[in-house]
Write a protein that binds this ligand. Sequence first.
Ligand SMILES: C[S@@+](CC[C@H](N)C(=O)[O-])C[C@H]1O[C@@H](n2cnc3c(N)ncnc32)[C@H](O)[C@@H]1O
Length: 230
Amino acid sequence: MRAVPYRMWTGYYLLLLAQQDYAPRTVLDIACGTGTMTEMLADEGLTMSGLDLSAGMIREAQRKNATSKYQIEYQVADATNFDLAEPVDAALSFFDSLNNLLDPSQLAGCFASVFRNLKPGGSWIFDLNTGYAFETELFDQSNLKRTAKLKYDWKGAWDPESRIITVTMNFWWKDEPFTEIHRQRAYEKDEVFDLLEAAGFVDIHAYHSYTLNPPRAKSDRLHYLCRKPG
Ligand SMILES: C[S@@+](CC[C@H](N)C(=O)[O-])C[C@H]1O[C@@H](n2cnc3c(N)ncnc32)[C@H](O)[C@@H]1O
């Protein structure tokens, strides 16, 4: 994760909130992983909480938070169906986490859960990889340099019918091999807009990621912004 530009993503999230002319206080990071961006947003003055399906990710997020000056509430929960003790002003989900929801009904469940747990007027901002990314072999990556501590060689198999890519990720940690299989479903703008509208969201916009430009035919990732009616 060292190469992931979390600092830039944090700045971009704040820019998107400014684009919505909205200054939330409480923000939920959905599929927060180990909480790197969650912590950076706490640094920006937001009262953060996070959820993730993986108990291992949440354990690591809590371990990192134990030495932090912010009290971040982390919980193991499923993005497709969750309920918070208190509604929040805003929710976000970055790093194509929602592409892990392999059926549109799961994405619909996520949108319904976010809507339920947002205060009126609340903001919902997330990103999704597109089919273009998978068709153009975004996940075919490797670093097999002799000097690399973690070597990896990834290969994706894209199925245009199901719109699911299956990525076989071979790793070598200090030359010890292990393999992970990751699956993501590609979602396109019209499908996502329809699901957001069906959940009740308004003021729906999509941008070519890390810009304020509209989506292009060759966008590999889009950021979506919307609001719960006030
Ligand atoms: C690529 S990681 C991104 C993590 C974090 N957002 C970041 O930027 O570092 C995707 C995360 O999605 C989580 N995830 C996958 N399916 C989920 C679900 N149904 N509910 C909640 N989290 C989920 C995984 O456990 C993983 O931590």
